[in-house]
Design a protein around this ligand. Sequence first.
Ligand SMILES: [Zn+2]
Length: 511
Amino acid sequence: MGKIKSLVPVFISVILAVSIIFLMGMQKSDDNKNPREIYKVYIDGELVGAIKSKKALEEYIDKEQEQLKEEYDVDNVYIPNGIDIQKDISYDGEILDEREIYKLIKSKKSFTIKGYIINIAKEGEKEVNIYTLDKDLFDKAVQNVLNAFVSEEEVSNYKNDTQPEIKTTGSTIENIYLSQDVTIKQAFISTDELIFTNETDLTKYLLFGTLDAGEEYEVKLGDTIETVAFNNKLSTKEFLIVNPEFTSANNILSVGQKVSVALIKPQLEVVVEKNVVEDVDKPYETIEKEDANLDKGTEQVEVEGVNGTQRVYEKIQYLNGQPQNAYVTNAVTLKEPVNKVVVKGTKETYSGGSYYSGGGTPAVTSGRWGWPTISPYIITSYFEWRWGRLHEGIDISGCGFGSPIYAIEDGTVLSTVSYCANYGSYNDSCGDYYGNHVWIAHPDNVYVVYAHLVNSVLVSPGQTVTKGQIIGYMGDSGSSTGTHLHLGTFYGGTKYGNPSGGTPFDPYALY
Ligand SMILES: [Zn+2]
């Protein structure tokens, strides 16, 4: 008996279990008859659950994200990117409520707000994406960047077509543009991204590529803007951009004053094309006369040379305030020079090349070291820091492709490269930054590189050259952005060749 009694609860529970299974089955078969509309939620393509209403989730997100709304001053917060919600019909499966899905999403992704992605792209360069809530903010920041390189007045005159005509000398802007492609599109932006909400920050980012404050320097006795800039890897122009409270490189620094020495790394490529008219010296030529009555090797100056003046018309292309290309379009003589006449007991000749139809003589310098090009010329880059890199020489432009390049002193040719194509580009450098070039060892331990020449280099290693001798022609080979001579001067060696170990110095120290 005791045995039967004890079986009763077992029996009852079996019945219960069967009926529960039966009931569940019933319910399931009910569902089969009435399929439900659900929304399947995917995170990065992976199904994570289903919800009853997409709208309810969106509303829940929006309600929960008050903090983001306040932070960005927006009315709505949206589902993260990478979340896909798809409508489906289901006969079974678990339905999560919005709160659970919200928690899941929040743990994996950042919510989004509606804004703009500004894509800055250029072939062969890294793309830059800027996120902002306000399209106008970008326009304003670009304007500020532009004003760092060109004065506000110049830009406004250019835009309003009110540039004063150049009557004598001066400059006008012909063109301003970005050399990159800029596309703006509306998008849901993850709050993970750096989203710009004010003009100052965006301007700073476009100029420096960062929002970090950058380094400061405390002014010491004897510092000038020029020396502080150079010692901190900035050009004086860059220094004035990062310290807008100074208006010119001649401004006085006071001891103890803190100045910014942040490095400029522009995210934009602002191109400004200018017409420039300036008056420069027209150098005299030296005419040699033979005199049979004079001993061989002696010479006498019959007439002293006097430079004249010429008005030179130039087109100069600037990239972020730095000259990149310069052309002389015309030169008009205002005052003829008086040629120097030298009487020689013997006539000395050397055969220059015939590449350049204009002939010419080197521009005259007053001192011992000669000038490497003809005149007129334009200095497009000085020996200074630019975008965080030292430009180890000066760039001389405006003399024309194929114009002669002269040795600046007597010397011995150390090495030459003449296999590069005559036209290079900044990225295509024929394996040699300098392109076709000549290294010459001059007196006083001065080593000079004459770079970016055309490939008809006229000298070879071991050859001795004399001051004023044509060694090659101005070109555009190697890492070059236009026709120019890069004149690099080094003390004690060539730095990059044999003998190495040279220290670069400003070529102007010679003149
Ligand atoms: Zn250069």
